[in-house]
Ligand binder design. Structure first.
Ligand SMILES: Nc1nc2c(ncn2[C@@H]2O[C@H](COP(=O)(O)OP(=O)(O)O)[C@@H](O)[C@H]2O)c(=O)[nH]1
Ligand SMILES: [Mg+2]
Length: 386
């Protein structure tokens, strides 16, 4: 019996060209590559006076140092671009806003520099701007208000209070935020967001970082759907956003798997269902912002997939709790199995990412990769035995 036409059509429309004659690891490698390069970049502008903490915030969002911190006072209006290989977020840092400067046209000037120097493509624009103010200055100057209003005419603007060392109930902070609220600024959410991008020690007391996750979440919500996945993958603060995006990939794959007709089990040993699952794993890897090379997958995981889809273990693993007629796999089983595989991979990636971000562990990329592969293999083996 042939595999359902609808299933094959849906599969072919997203797979690399020529997938039928490719090895499994090549499908994995090419799908991951295509997924990573096809995603649009997210453009984030940070502006505000020198020393407020723009560079510290960029580094906090990315999860390592890309922007130099605490460089000297700038004298001319410049915009620096910060990017990191494999991270689909571009940060534009407009240094050079000076106290007392004539700010008429400042926002237009920043936008013009970014457009002419970095975003030459007509379709490209700045997705969000973060106007940063050091909370401890306890004031938002009139010229800053003017820049915020000008920027808000062309892009969503967040007002970010940086270096927030006190908690949100601090009376000075409450009064400051109330004062800002009374100005009815055209900012996202109508109120500023308080952030401490990096923790700090005050004598014996340690003030941990705070607010960056909320800011990242709010930026994500503000982005068009096409850019949400790029942002989720590029940021290192909220693993939950990566999981949300990766689960959309699993939903796609289970939807395709469900189209499969009734197929005798042995046909699926290394057939199109495996290919779909491999493509799904490749896309999940990208959504999670990890780099798992095809050789490691080919060595440790892909062979397990064949077993998983093959008759014997399938009947043990699934047929026991999904009633099915005879020895054929149907759409429901294919979808269930694909969904379980996808979720196992997401959890394996999330486990590794938490250890990458954990200051006490700081797993390297190579260690993260080994952990993901080992964890996925262990989860699949457990699944097959269940
Ligand atoms: N601990 C801590 N220090 C910060 C933070 N943000 C800024 N700073 C301090 O302020 C200085 C200037 O920060 P930087 O990010 O370079 O500001 P920028 O000029 O706006 O890019 C840094 O050297 C830090 O000492 C923060 O979130 N936590
Ligand atoms: Mg800086």
């Amino acid at each position: 019996m042939a595999v359902n036409e609808a299933f094959l059509d849906a599969l072919t429309s997203t797979l690399p060209r020529g997938w039928r004659s490719m090895s499994n690891d090549d499908v994995y490698g090419q799908q991951a590559q295509a997924e990573a390069t096809d995603q649009p970049k997210v453009n984030v502008l940070l502006t505000g006076m020198a020393g407020v903490g723009k560079s510290t915030m960029i580094n906090g969002v990315i999860g390592h140092e890309v922007a130099p911190v605490g460089v000297g006072r700038p004298v001319t209006m410049t915009v620096d671009e910060y990017t990191e290989p494999g991270v689909p977020i571009r940060f534009f840092d407009s240094r050079g806003i000076e106290l007392g400067e004539n700010v008429d046209g400042t926002s237009a000037r920043i936008s013009k520099i970014i457009r002419e120097q970095y975003l030459r493509d007509d379709d490209e624009f700045v997705d969000v701007a973060l106007y940063c103010v050091n909370e401890g200055s306890w004031r938002l100057l009139d010229f800053e208000e003017k820049i915020i209003t000008d920027l808000a005419a062309t892009m969503p603007v967040f007002l970010v209070l940086t270096q927030c060392y006190s908690d949100a109930t601090d009376t000075q902070s409450v009064a400051f935020i109330k004062d800002i609220g009374a100005r009815n600024l055209p900012i996202v959410g109508g109120r500023p967001m308080r952030v401490l991008a990096q923790g700090r020690r005050f004598g014996p007391a340690w003030v941990p970082p705070s607010g960056l996750g909320e800011l990242v979440e709010a930026i994500y919500q503000e982005l068009p759907n096409a850019k949400k996945r790029s942002f989720a993958r590029g940021q290192a603060v909220r693993i939950e956003l990566k999981i949300t995006e990766a689960r959309k990939v699993v939903a796609w794959a289970t939807g395709v798997a469900a189209l499969i007709g009734a197929v005798p089990l042995p046909i699926l040993d290394s057939g199109p269902l495996s290919t779909l699952q491999i493509a799904m794993l490749a896309r999940i890897q990208v959504a999670m912002g990890l780099n798992i090379d095809k050789e490691s997958m080919a060595r440790a995981v892909l062979p397990v997939l064949a077993t998983m889809n093959a008759g014997r273990s399938l009947s043990k693993a699934l047929l026991t709790f999904i009633p099915v007629a005879g020895t054929a796999i149907n759409g429901t089983i294919a979808a269930t199995m694909t969904g379980a595989l996808g979720e196992a991979y997401i959890q394996a990636c999330a486990l590794a990412l938490r250890q990458v971000n954990d200051p006490n562990r700081r797993l390297s990329a190579a260690e993260a990769q080994s952990l993901v592969v080992a964890e996925l293999r262990a989860r699949l083996t457990r699944f097959l035995k269940s």
